[in-house]
Ligand binder design. Structure first.
Ligand SMILES: N=CN[C@@H](CCC(=O)O)C(=O)O
Ligand SMILES: [Mn+2]
Ligand SMILES: [Mn+2]
Length: 327
């Protein structure tokens, strides 16, 4: 198999964390993660390309260091620092995973060059997906989601006819109709791209805050057939049933977590903190449910803003959710 090209702006940096020993029983993320080398791991061995157990699919992490989407959306910038902050929070965590994890480094969005960065990240992701990896993108503002979509939409799985579902954990629809793409527009961009590709747009959102989305955004969501649960309706039981229904209607899932879905006390380090929010145990249960479905193709975590974080609280939550999804 020919190794796919990978061009990133920042190569993988060393991971750090507490050292308890070299043995497997002492292993933490910083000891387990290796630099991504296209073609080097078991995913490229044909008989291992589709492991029977989805918990053994190798994962690869890619950072999307971008402030431009939030800047264009008139929010508080700082999310470009998030990939490094999430890696720092992941590094010391005990490693209980059955899969390998590698780090491909970062795509860096320079001022104004959002669209080009999204395309570059998408290409890198598609190559990783087609080599048999579970891809994990660390944003960036929620403009990260359109980069993720480009990667997923270009994959053999989706081009080959697998029904794609996009599940967003978010206080916002991010269906804004604006002249320029931003952190507020990615899912309307996806709706247009899916229509152009002749595919159904399957988009569901858990955690919508009614006072933080205008009537116009609700109308757009209704017009596109978007399924959603309001934050106040997010009991564990209702969320579980909602996610199960959505999963049943798709073959592969792209899960995107906008950390502002969580209460501001749990996730203060975001551009737009949530006054209400979905409790962490409910969000964590969704992650477990998605992981156990075996349908997870790609995930990303967006909107962490380390400049407004408190004691790294939001970064730690992001790391914990990534760990749960890969477990
Ligand atoms: N990523 C997008 N976020 C929200 C921001 C809302 C706000 O700033 O209040 C949106 O565009 O709706
Ligand atoms: Mn969002
Ligand atoms: Mn949001």
């Amino acid at each position: 198999m020919v190794s796919p090209e990978l061009t990133v702006d920042v190569s993988p940096q060393p991971w750090t964390g507490r050292f308890d020993g070299d043995g497997a029983e002492h292993r933490r993320w910083w000891q387990a993660v290796s630099p991504y080398a296209p073609g080097a791991d078991s995913a490229d061995i044909p008989q291992k390309a589709s492991p029977a157990n989805s918990a053994e699919v190798p994962a690869v992490i890619l950072g999307f260091a971008s402030d431009e989407g939030v800047r264009r959306n008139k929010g508080r910038t700082g999310a470009a620092l998030a990939p490094a902050a999430i890696r720092s929070a992941l590094g010391p965590l005990a490693f209980h995973l059955d899969r390998t994890v590698s780090d491909a480094g970062d795509i860096v969005v320079s001022d104004g060059a959002l669209e080009a960065g999204q395309v570059r990240a998408g290409h890198a992701m598609t190559a990783m997906l087609d080599a048999g990896h579970l891809t994990v993108v660390l944003g960036g503002g929620h403009e990260t989601a359109f980069a993720s979509y480009l990667g997923v939409a270009g994959s053999d799985a989706v081009r080959g006819g697998k029904r794609l579902g996009i599940l967003n954990l978010d206080a916002h629809f991010d269906l804004r109709d604006e002249p320029l793409p931003s952190s507020g527009t990615p899912f309307l961009q996806m709706a247009g791209a899916e229509a152009a590709a002749g595919r159904a747009f399957r988009y569901a959102v858990v955690g919508i805050s009614e006072p933080n989305n205008t009537r116009s955004l609700f109308n757009t969501a209704d017009g596109l057939g978007v399924r959603y649960l309001l934050d106040e309706d997010c009991t564990a039981e209702r969320v579980r049933a909602f996610v199960a229904d959505f999963l049943a209607a798709v073959d592969v899932l792209y899960l995107t977590i906008d950390l502002d879905v969580l209460p501001a006390s749990v996730a203060p380090g975001v551009s737009a903190p949530a006054a209400y929010g979905v409790p962490l145990p409910v969000v964590s249960a969704v992650c477990r449910q998605v992981a156990e479905s075996g349908k997870l193709l790609h995930l990303d975590v967006a909107e962490l803003n380390p400049e407004f974080d408190v004691d790294g609280r939001t970064a730690k939550v992001a790391a914990r959710l990534v760990n749960t999804l890969l477990r």
